[in-house]
Design a protein around this ligand. Sequence first.
Ligand code: 5AD
Ligand code: SF4
Length: 486
Amino acid sequence: MKEHDQWKSVYPEGEIFEDEIERQYYFMKKAAFYIEKKAEEKKRPLTFFVTTFGCQMNAKDSEKLKGILEKVGYVEGESEDEADFVIYNTCTVRDNANQRVYGRLGSLGSKKKKNPQKLIALCGCMMQESSVIEKIKKSYGFVDIIFGTHNLFKFAELLCKRLESTERVIEIWKETDKIVEELPSERTYSFKSGINIMYGCNNFCSYCIVPYVRGRERSRSPEDIIKETRKLAEDGVIEVMLLGQNVNSYGRNLTESVNFSQLLKMVEEVDGIERIRFMTSHPKDLSEEIIKVMKHSKKICRHLHLPLQSGSTRILKAMNRKYTKEEYVSLAKKIREEIEDISITTDIIVGFPGETMEDVKETVKVIEEVEFDGAFTFLYSKRTGTPAASMEEQVSKEVMKEGFSYVLDAVQKTAKKRASLREGKVMDVLVEEINGQDSSLVSGRLSNNMMVHFPGGKELIGKIVPVYLKESKGFYFLGEKCEGNH
Ligand code: 5AD
Ligand code: SF4
């Protein structure tokens, strides 16, 4: 008897479900049935290995995939080579992320040849592009399951579909207004967690592919967010990161009247949560109210990631960012005045179409004026379908690289200067893990998000401890745990 028929004899089909959550739990039960059979054959549990590319939102999505995988009976494997099920959760914000996926797929193909039972799934932002799907069909026909950003919650259902046939399963939704939460999720850290507060983006910055692959902005209801926060707190989580492409516009599509600063206040009230972070802010939507809430909060971290993208008003206009250089600088100054000891970090793109050395110099001036505590600097990457891709005056690689090194140099200087201001102070660190390079050290983060490494053991993981910041190394500190007074 085929496995599917065996399943049918145990659990008759044709069930009617209350909602999508119940439906997906049904498919998890069904997948678990199949996986158990396979594990019996192999006389060992089946293993999975998930690789995440890109941002915090993808990292959160991968936790959901892992939660479902564990629910259906897989255990996390040590490596991609040995795993029975390999998943790439992809990113397409810049082309180098795509190239990395294709590179790794090449070598996965030869492993699948040796072991045809190995399952391979691709998901995430890259899969929302039809040109990518065509390429995978043509050149990487061995991939078993492909799905996108909008139907990740159907992972168990798609897995069942694949296990019930020999056909490849491809299911991509162009759009959705659905938000399906409350499915299993396997947190990477026991003491901190991301919480999705909204999905998608309506800003259409002219270089950015995100609105096309993540769809329109959709906020979750505050009740659902608070319910999830409470549950996490009960489970031992002390730090939450509220996630969205543009958290400052939270609530705009909801029928009830609620905005981001009100949501922050609600999260603040949840007992057990000690630190609140959020990501990402858009300067055009960062209100005075949000600054005020941050200023008076005991829990909201002293860190704001505020992407500048460019310090030239002309380029900002072409980027469709909807603020000028002067507006950004005065906003940053206001934030620094209002919120003591805040870190401001940013994203900067170099080489946007039409950008000249004069524009780059303006960006450098803004960096010096704002004195960023840190920045991610990116070379502009042309994304098919975005308005910037068809702009004339694409900048040559050489000019881009020259500008990039100016910007990087400026950012490193301000970051170093800002970090040195904290040298010699005692600040609270949330310890995250044993240091990867030196196991006599632990690593954790200050409220302002800077990393600190200091001597300590695994009993400190998940605890907030005062640490003397002995030496600044530019992007991180070496410290010593305070045992009493310092
Ligand atoms: N090229 C380079 N960088 C980009 N980003 C978004 N799109 C592109 C692009 N086409 C950067 C922006 C954004 C960050 C997440 O990625 O700086 O803030
Ligand atoms: Fe992309 Fe702009 Fe939306 Fe950020 S705000 S995701 S850069 S379109």
